[in-house]
Design a protein around this ligand. Structure first.
Ligand code: SF4
Length: 318
């Protein structure tokens, strides 16, 4: 078999992500201003809340994670807001794997997944980020588990994705951001992988997030949020795709004007919930679900305890 021959999973990636120019959608160049105006009008009532003493920060930052929290169980969200961020094995594994994949995309020559993971861990340990302290503080067993699990995820990526060509313009963990309401509200994110770019008003970018486990509608919402931020920056992407590495399966979604308008409404609704809960202007509601498993309010929550008695298996991101 020739080294350039692709396995069926890799071929599926090429078939889905490659689209002739005349099959790509075109977007109105005024759409970014229209979306901005819609968002700023909907978010305007929150400006006095953010500027008041009831809101701890000077700026309301919205990420896909924060929006998912605001649209999930509000009691859990409120509990998480009062807890400082802490590294855990699943979060560290995701960070190491993302770094290893980033290295693999730009690596000159061959490198095994384990070698990429070792390099990723060494790089992260030499940053001034808090993960450096976490990794250096891990005991040998935790470290070996992190290394093994990150290598397994990196191996799955290498199995499923074809070698990414420079002309596809691959970018990993590239930050995107849009500031609204004179910088008081910031939408930001880091898609796992983007390929392509727009040409004039023809959409060309594909945004991909990697997951393991089952499909969740929340994964689709994460990507719609990224599509909205891209649309505010330059032009909407043409395709969104959640890729489940353990299944070697895509869940693709084409980007449309209606999708972006719906994503903007979800941002306005999520920002409103966030501002109300963070400023203490109303009591949080409860919504038992799979997230009860890792909820910091679980020990005091009767609804969560009742749900967990008969809960199905959860799913995980990396
Ligand atoms: S245990 Fe479940 S229902 Fe209760 S606060 Fe946490 S996530 Fe919400």
């Amino acid at each position: 078999m020739h080294a350039d021959q692709l396995n069926p999973a890799q071929q599926e990636v090429v078939d889905l992500l490659g689209a002739p120019m005349d099959e790509r959608p075109t977007f109105d160049p005024g759409l970014r201003d229209e979306l901005r105006a819609l968002l700023e009008e909907g978010l305007a009532p929150l400006v006095p809340v953010i500027e008041s003493d009831r809101f701890d920060d000077d700026v309301l930052y919205l990420s896909k994670h924060r929006l998912a929290q605001a649209h999930g169980c509000e009691r859990k969200f409120t509990a998480e807001l009062s807890e400082p961020f802490q590294w855990s094995p699943p979060i560290a594994r995701g960070t190491i794997t993302h770094k290893a994949i980033e290295l693999s995309v730009h690596w000159q020559g061959e490198a095994s997944p384990l070698a990429l993971v070792d390099e990723a861990m060494a790089r992260l340990e030499n940053t001034d980020r808090s993960i450096a302290d976490y990794l250096t503080g891990c005991d040998p067993t935790e470290r070996a588990e992190l290394r093994a699990e990150s290598a397994a995820a990196t191996t799955q990526f290498a199995e499923c994705f074809p070698p990414l060509k420079a002309k596809w313009r691959p970018a990993t963990d590239s930050p995107i951001r849009a500031e609204l309401c004179a910088g008081l509200i910031v939408l930001s994110g880091k898609p796992d992988l983007t390929l392509g770019q727009p040409a004039a008003t023809v959409a060309g970018k594909v945004i991909i997030d990697f997951k393991t486990g089952r499909f969740s509608p929340a994964h689709r919402e994460d990507l719609r949020f990224y599509a909205l931020v891209e649309a505010l920056r330059i032009l909407p992407p043409r395709l969104l795709a959640t890729y489940y590495l353990d299944q070697a399966r895509f869940h693709p979604e084409e980007v449309t004007r209606d999708l972006l308008l719906s994503a903007a409404e979800r941002v306005i609704d999520g920002a409103q919930r966030y501002a109300e809960l963070a400023s203490g202007s109303r009591e949080p509601t409860v919504a038992p679900g799979p997230a009860c498993r890792w909820c910091p309010a679980q020990s005091d929550c009767d609804e969560g305890a009742a749900y967990l008695e008969d809960a199905p298996d959860g799913h995980a991101d990396w």
